[in-house]
Ligand binder design. Structure first.
Ligand SMILES: [Zn+2]
Length: 213
């Protein structure tokens, strides 16, 4: 016998399904073929690599519709070349979907960044956080010169985005496709939760590739 949900949980559970029905109705109200058309295929131009944080939902904050952004999310938007999950997403995105733009987007107020910058340990999360601690270690001098801890975390979030973009350029099929076809282009964004605005950090992809040569 499945455990009974509390009244509050049941209400939230029901709200999810009700809102889903409302959303689906809204989509087909003016376009009866909306889901049938989307079911056939997807042709997103963007691959978004963002943080799992519940406050950073890329579709909502950009107004992009279903089918427009291919998405991968993990704690603190890390590109780990040893992670089969992200590597599969990248390869599918680049080789099959022929994505034109890969965006790594971090955000201010990121709990993953804060944890990696805290000097504390977090059990099974530590091996993941080590990937951000590496970025912290490389930029130790600059980060330690910032007294305000919250500003320091935000700076690390920005440095982390750039570091993860650089990692993308180490991936052979991304480099091969870019040199051959001119895409995917790699972009670094930061989302400011205080204002709701995205900022383009203008990642210098060509300059970075030059350095890797
Ligand atoms: Zn985050």
């Amino acid at each position: 016998m499945p455990k009974k949900l509390s009244q509050a949980d049941q209400q939230m559970y029901d709200r999810i399904f009700q809102q889903n029905r409302d959303w689906a109705d809204g989509k087909t109200k003016h376009d009866r073929m909306f889901f049938k058309e989307h079911f056939k295929d997807q042709d997103p131009q963007f691959l978004y690599i963002g943080c799992s944080d519940s406050r950073v939902s890329i579709g909502d904050l950009t107004g992009m519709d279903i089918g427009e952004i291919f998405v991968h999310r993990n704690i603190a938007n890390v590109v780990s070349l040893e992670d089969e999950n992200i590597m599969a997403v990248l390869q599918y995105g680049v080789e099959i979907l022929k994505i034109k733009h890969i965006v790594v987007s971090g955000h201010h107020g990121c709990g993953g960044i804060e944890a990696a910058n805290s000097g504390k340990h977090f059990g099974r999360m530590d091996s993941w956080l080590d990937k951000i601690r590496e970025v912290r270690f490389k930029n130790k001098e600059v980060l330690d010169s910032i007294r305000d801890h919250s500003l320091q975390n935000d700076m690390l979030a920005e440095m982390n985005v750039i570091a993860q973009c650089e990692k993308l350029l180490e991936v052979d099929f991304i480099r091969d496709s870019y040199f051959e076809k001119g895409y995917p282009m790699v972009h670094a964004w930061v989302y400011d939760m205080r204002t709701g605005l995205l900022h383009d950090m203008e990642f210098d992809m060509d300059g970075c590739l030059e350095k890797l040569k």
